[in-house]
Design a protein around this ligand. Structure first.
Ligand SMILES: Nc1ncnc2c1ncn2[C@@H]1O[C@H](COP(=O)(O)OP(=O)(O)OP(=O)(O)O)[C@@H](O)[C@H]1O
Ligand SMILES: [Mg+2]
Length: 780
């Protein structure tokens, strides 16, 4: 079988012509999947997410029902024991078999199902290796909890500078919070909403995150006195504000609410990529939440996605997917729940940033019409109600009228209600026309919705990768202490802030701050960096040893001129009381920096990119991953341009020859002509894409073999046969050549595993300038 994994094509199923492979980048124009219950939407979308994972594209997956968590049920060995913990005991009982037997049957069924679709355990393994899959559970620690409520953190600079975006963000944060309080009434016009929005705005303008506790305080004692032209007290009197504060406080105090405060931060980049930069399918499971809590979380998450997206560079390739199953209620045509605005924004703007949105629902009438019109791909399963069918037919007709090929509404109506499970009608603006296809078998075991305790089992079996905590600072020895020493003029002393309780115990250190400039003509780097180091002043013959220095995130403004009121001091080594020592130590400090400061840059030779100063390997690899996808998309279209005309020419010659032969063959044999295609040919066809007519090699082969002896004698036929053979050989050679080019391309774009070349740039000594050097007292 052809390895089609890295061609940027998603293998979703098959049409009559062969495998259905959609270009990954088609999804930047979003997709919607509709169909009645059991039509196979979730199965299809799960396959789509598997394809994204295999292609190294991360996804945020909002899972209101719990069945997307099935993405973690991937068993490369397809062994009965793997299935055993996950098969449904009740179903086994109904079937009158033991659980073990049922697991064995299920394993066999999966193996067989996959085989029918040209897939196997190796492909499951590939999926598991290509991406991390994690279940997050806001408000619960069954999966990985997300600390949603710890703070409404200040948005990124990109948002703060964009007034419209900032306003949107503030409004929807306030709306989401009120939704969580089950607040009835018009969310935007209410004074509760106006006040909360104002408080958020004031806090963010001051650069501070806002947490719920602070918000409660501020509702009672606001840092503002006016709202618009009105006095706050007359607009929203203190007594009535108190009620709002109380209901927020009740929320905070309600049982189980701590879970909303624990866990990893709601940070889109960390959800989409592991600390090592590996793409992740982040399943955000919300089945356990109440309706109000779900709405709150979804709205907040989508807002974060909008913010994150705006910090990304523009691209034409698919960078990430946002998928939501069961969109009912979150994107309605008339009402305005807090999730709607960010969803609309995503559908309108995410394309430019390579973020594709995929929505699934049972009823198209539940979806906002404008939103639907923004989706380039529609995947339509069986529909029953007239209203639902009509909505879709209207939409499809609109699209068809634009492309100039009108549809037959009656036939379409008939088709939509007769589609079987897993059969979908697809309209894709990039391919044009309508296509019917069957969804492929899922690599993951579709066990159905998972319970909280099952999610717990899955999460515990697979701890999330998280950045390791920094090592604790080394302890200093504790020599004798004495009162604050009196020092000669010319020696300055400063104090590091003390945040503890009770008296401070100070020990002496040297603090050096310097600017280190790195320049390199080859990589064109010119980068300056501020550094700060602390090193202890030690008793004994060698009071200063820069090898013991520690980097400190300090600036002169962090220092205090006066010590803590109650304090004790370690003895100062004698040299530290002589001003001239400091000049010598400062020189040592420069030497130390000269020997130890280096700028490490990484280079990807495959993609010709170098990391930026300060860019971590993770961030660089994420950037490489994006660049690899974009470069690959370009290479794919170049290959298409190169091969399609040649292949079409050969196709045409084959078709002509085969027409002549077919005529004869039909006379010679009544054998039914089979039009089956090997998966490989179909994949190639799909890879080459639109307009490339699928070969009918299979049919011709059968026809040729069944030809009678008599017809072969005819000169026409003999010539046609020769032509046919020659054309087929040329075509085969061309296809082999294409395969080879594809294989080379695949290796080139493996951004995650490419060994990066390290470039180390050392500073020139003249490019190190010490800005500040002084004795400091550091509290224990
Ligand atoms: N791609 C697939 N591979 C294997 N089995 C599938 C696939 N798609 C669907 N199925 C089977 O069909 C059942 C119903 O499909 P699915 O859950 O996808 O329907 P749905 O349209 O999402 O329904 P609902 O609207 O009720 O969520 C699944 O439980 C599964 O057993
Ligand atoms: Mg479903």
């Amino acid at each position: 079988m052809v390895d089609f994994e890295k061609l940027g094509a998603f293998y979703l199923g098959k049409t009559e012509q062969g495998p259905l492979l959609l270009d990954a980048k088609d999804f930047v124009t979003h997709a919607v999947c509709v169909g009645m219950t059991g039509s196979g939407k979730t199965g299809l979308c799960l396959s789509l997410l598997e394809e994204a994972a295999i292609d190294g594209i991360p996804a945020l997956i909002i899972d209101p029902k719990g069945d997307l968590a099935n993405l973690l049920l991937t068993f490369p060995n397809l062994a009965p024991a793997d299935f055993l913990p996950w098969v449904n005991e009740d179903t086994a009982r109904q079937k009158g078999v033991s659980k073990e037997q049922f697991a064995a049957d299920t394993a066999a069924k999966w193996k067989e199902g996959l085989a029918q679709w040209g897939q196997d355990g190796n492909r499951i393994r590939k999926l598991r290796e290509a991406a991390e899959i994690t279940i997050y559970t806001p408000g619960s620690n069954a999966g990985v909890p997300i600390s949603v409520l710890r703070s409404f953190s200040v948005p990124s600079a990109a948002i703060l500078e964009d007034r419209e975006a900032l306003r949107e963000r503030i409004q929807s944060t306030a709306t989401a919070l009120l939704a969580l309080l089950n607040f009835a009434g018009d969310p935007i016009q209410s004074r509760e909403h106006i006040l909360i929005a104002k408080l958020i705005e004031t806090s963010w303008n001051n650069g501070s995150d806002l947490d719920i506790a602070t918000l409660i305080q501020q509702i009672q004692k606001p840092p503002i006195t006016r709202i618009g032209v009105l006095e706050l007290e007359s607009f929203f009197p203190a007594k009535e504000r108190f009620e709002l504060a109380i209901s927020l406080n009740n929320l905070l105090a309600s049982p189980g609410f701590e879970a909303w405060m624990e866990g990893v931060p709601l940070d889109i980049s960390s959800l989409l990529y592991t600390p090592a930069g590996k793409p992740r399918l982040a399943i955000l499971s919300i089945a356990h939440l109440s309706d109000a809590e779900r709405m709150f979380f979804v709205a907040l998450l989508l807002n974060q996605v909008v913010s994150w997206m705006r910090t990304q560079s523009g691209t034409t390739t698919l960078r990430a997917l946002v998928y939501m199953d069961e969109i009912f209620g979150y994107f309605p045509p008339t009402a305005n729940p807090p999730s709607k605005l960010p969803l609309l924004t995503l559908l309108k703007q995410a394309r430019a940033f390579g973020v594709g949105v995929v929505l699934a629902t049972q009823n198209p009438v539940d979806l906002d019409y404008k939103g639907l019109a923004n989706c380039g791909t529609w995947l339509i399963g069986r529909l029953q109600t007239e209203r639902d069918k009509q909505r879709l037919i209207d939409g499809l007709q609109g699209a068809a009228a634009q492309s100039g090929s009108p549809l037959n509404p009656a036939a379409l109506d008939q088709l939509l209600s007769s589609l079987k499970s897993r059969i979908f009608l697809m309209s894709n603006v990039h391919r044009g026309g309508l296509e019917v296809f069957e969804s492929r078998w899922c690599l993951s075991y579709l066990a159905g919705p998972l319970t909280k305790s099952q999610i717990k089992t899955l999460t515990q079996a697979k701890p999330v990768e998280s950045a390791s905590a920094p090592p604790p600072p080394p302890a200093f020895a504790a020599p004798a202490t004495s009162p604050r020493p009196v020092l000669p003029p010319g020696i300055e002393q400063h104090f590091l802030p003390y945040r503890g309780q009770g008296p401070a115990a100070y020990h002496p250190v040297l603090l050096g701050l310097a600017t280190v400039r790195f320049t390199d003509t080859k990589t064109k780097v010119d980068f300056s960096q501020q550094v700060a180091y602390l090193t202890p002043l030690l008793p004994g013959p060698v009071p200063v040893d820069w090898q013991r220095a520690e980097a400190a995130g300090l600036e002169p403004g962090d220092l205090e001129a006066e010590p803590h009121a109650q304090a004790s001091y370690e003895d100062l080594p004698a040299p530290a009381t002589q001003p001239k020592s400091y000049a010598a130590w400062s020189k040592d400090f420069t030497n130390y920096l000269f020997a130890n400061q280096k700028l490490e840059l990484r280079r990807s030779n495959n993609l010709g990119l170098t990391s930026l100063p300060g860019e971590s390997e993770r961030d660089f690899r994420i950037r490489l991953n994006d660049a690899a996808h974009a470069a690959r998309d370009q290479a794919v279209s170049a290959l298409r341009q190169k091969y399609t005309p040649k292949l079409m020419l050969l196709e045409e010659r084959i078709r002509k020859a085969e027409q002549i032969m077919q005529r004869e063959a039909e006379q010679a044999s009544a054998a039914k002509v089979q039009t089956g295609l090997s998966i490989a040919t179909g994949i190639l066809g799909a890879f080459l894409g639109r307009g490339f007519t699928k070969s009918t090699v299979g049919a011709v082969g059968t026809a040729a073999r069944s030809m009678g002896r008599a017809s072969k004698e005819s000169g026409d036929v003999a010539r046609a046969e020769e032509n046919l053979e020659a054309a087929q050989q040329q075509k085969a050679a061309l296809e082999t050549q294409l395969q080879e080019e594809i294989a080379t391309m695949q290796m080139k774009y493996d951004a995650l595993n490419e060994a990066l070349e390290a470039t180390v740039i050392a500073p020139k000594k003249t490019n190190i300038s010490v800005k500040f050097f002084s004795l400091c007292w550091q509290p224990e």
